[in-house]
Design a protein around this ligand. Sequence first.
Ligand code: PYC
Length: 318
Amino acid sequence: MLKIPYLDSHTGGEPTRLVEHGAPDLGTGSLAERREVFRTKFDHFRSMVLNEPRGSDVMVGALLVKPSLPNCDYGVIFFNNVGYLGMCGHGTIGLVASLAYQGRLSPGKVRIETPVGVVEAELHQNQGGDYANRVSVRNINAYRTLKNVSVVVDGQEYSGDVAWGGNWFFLVQNHGLEVGMHNLDALTDLSWKLREELARKKITGTDGAVVDHVELFTHTPQADSQSFVLCPGKAYDRSPCGTGTSAKLACLAAEGKLLPGQVWRQQSVVGSVFEGSIELDGDQVIPTITGEAWVMAEGQLLIDQRDPFKDGIRQIGI
Ligand code: PYC
């Protein structure tokens, strides 16, 4: 029986499953190179950890590895039900809170290497719980590449921006749908169709990158904005999405609607909130996202070689 220790947390409702020991050896290359080894040689491990029946479509995996850069403390590769992420904001908050829970981190700063760059997280002081769980993540640079892109779905025209926040996003403000838990089917349906239409029209991120996250925004009295975020595997993000909030901050800054030091409160469809702010870096921004994560389960994944679904139920065609 193969046994893989795991620690599950959630950040604003969005789960992260942290694994480290028992994972395949991905070598000592850069995190981008190791993600490629993971993808091409060990994708069964991703599916085994995250897909049903052991995991779920909603979950994001965080594989903790040694960094390749000497000035980093940890390396991490994030993955989901259908593949691999660049960065993951809620996942980084979950990772740092999980390391705090394990007694491996004290309040202060930690540098984490990801396949798309180095992020700096700050674990804030424990406010009286069992472990410190409030984390700020100074993300890699975020920027908008396309403004007011027109996409037609079911005969109706939508306009949105394409932006990078560690993953590629299509951000739509005027979509006509109510953003709330009562409307998940309609929000998912429209987001998915927008994503498909972007792909059909070959509207991409830089270097032909697939725009695989869609954000639908609305106004809310409880924060500066509320959003529904659809992830690549068709599950919606229960958190406000750290990389998605970063992309939003980049678009706001490009419009002159957010200045360095101002705090932007982004609410998720389930009601959780991230706080975001920016520093300027030329025509790009460096976003910092703050949120809280909660550890919620730890144990061992058990992999029985006789089990026909030991490698999870793979999703084809997403
Ligand atoms: O928080 O960046 C994020 C994220 C990406 C996908 C799910 N959550």
